[in-house]
Write a protein that binds this ligand. Structure first.
Ligand SMILES: NC(=O)C1=CN([C@@H]2O[C@H](COP(=O)(O)OP(=O)(O)OC[C@H]3O[C@@H](n4cnc5c(N)ncnc54)[C@H](OP(=O)(O)O)[C@@H]3O)[C@@H](O)[C@H]2O)C=CC1
Ligand SMILES: O=C(O)C1=N[C@H](C(=O)O)C[C@H](O)C1
Length: 252
């Protein structure tokens, strides 16, 4: 058997980070060599000889972490949310100076969630209306979720490619937030409720019918197959990959 892949985890004490630590420790082809949390020294990642670092921290620090990893020649698998076209562009630029280094940034590593997004994108051009409802635990700091943003962007791109215009909506009077957030013309609604983990519904409507695409993560173990897949593949994917779709052969 070949040498195990040396893996570090950033945000190791968090809800996701601690789950990733256990998943890496349980995988025979991976070796956990460093764990860093808030207040820890990120240089520990390179010092420990990590080949891949997994980042599940907080939106405010993740971009800086990725730049430091790229500069150190460490591949990165990033699940933290809060990425924008601008911050992704800065990572692309940084990678220009680090040939061979790979970064995978994915808003959701649950295979079912990635498939749900792909199905929503596929269905979008056939419906007049589409809205996204995401439902999460109340300890989540960002809204709408990265997954919901990615879903809405996919729907918007599919609608634009099909030549569809704005969705029907006669609302002229609404209380603040009543119609949710506008993500590229798609309305996104965020629910925060104790007991939930991570859930999403895509509602697609036509006269006389509605298609609902729903995904539920009941436990954070649901994200682990996607995280481990990315850890194994990022070594062979130089440059920036956004979303898990290309790793699952589902297109961009
Ligand atoms: N892509 C995906 O599939 C998924 C993505 N997520 C995303 O992952 C992120 C983390 O979620 P979750 O685990 O629930 O959040 P948590 O708050 O439980 O975990 C974040 C951890 O990062 C730590 N941290 C803060 N700053 C740093 C730093 N500079 N260096 C290292 N660690 C740091 C925090 O420490 P402290 O608490 O002491 O500040 C905390 O332990 C969120 O953005 C969430 O949306 C979540 C689930 C799945
Ligand atoms: O914070 C979470 O919990 C999650 N965050 C990600 C997101 O914002 O989309 C992924 C998943 O929904 C869980």
């Amino acid at each position: 058997m070949s040498e195990p892949i040396r893996v570090a985890v950033l945000g190791a004490a968090g809800r996701m980070g601690s789950t990733v630590v256990r998943a890496v420790q349980a995988a025979p082809d991976l070796e956990l060599v460093a764990q860093v949390d808030a207040g820890g020294d990120p240089r520990a990642v390179a010092d420990a000889g990590a080949q891949v670092a997994v980042d599940f921290t907080v939106p405010a620090v993740t971009e800086g972490n990725v730049h430091a990893l790229v500069d150190a020649g460490v591949h990165a698998v990033v699940g933290t949310t809060g990425w924008t076209e601008q911050s992704l562009g800065r990572v692309r630029d940084r990678l220009g100076g680090a040939p061979g280094v790979g970064v995978v940034v994915a808003p959701n590593f649950a295979l079912g969630a990635v498939l749900a997004m792909a199905f929503a994108r596929q269905a979008a051009r056939w419906f007049e209306s589409a809205e996204v409802v995401e439902l999460h635990h109340p300890d989540k700091v960002d809204a709408p979720s990265g997954t919901a943003r990615h879903t809405a962007q996919g729907i918007a791109q599919a609608r634009a490619a099909a030549g569809l215009g704005p969705m029907p909506d006669a609302t002229t009077q609404a209380a603040d937030g009543a119609r949710g957030a506008d993500v590229d013309g798609v309305r996104v609604h965020a629910v925060r409720l104790r007991g939930l983990v991570a859930h999403e519904e895509v509602l697609l409507g036509n006269p006389g019918e509605m298609l609902t695409i729903r995904h539920d993560s009941f436990d954070r173990v649901s994200f682990m197959p996607g995280v481990l897949l990315a850890v194994r593949q990022v070594l062979h994917r130089p440059g920036l990959t956004v979303g898990l779709e290309p790793l699952l052969d589902l297109g961009a």
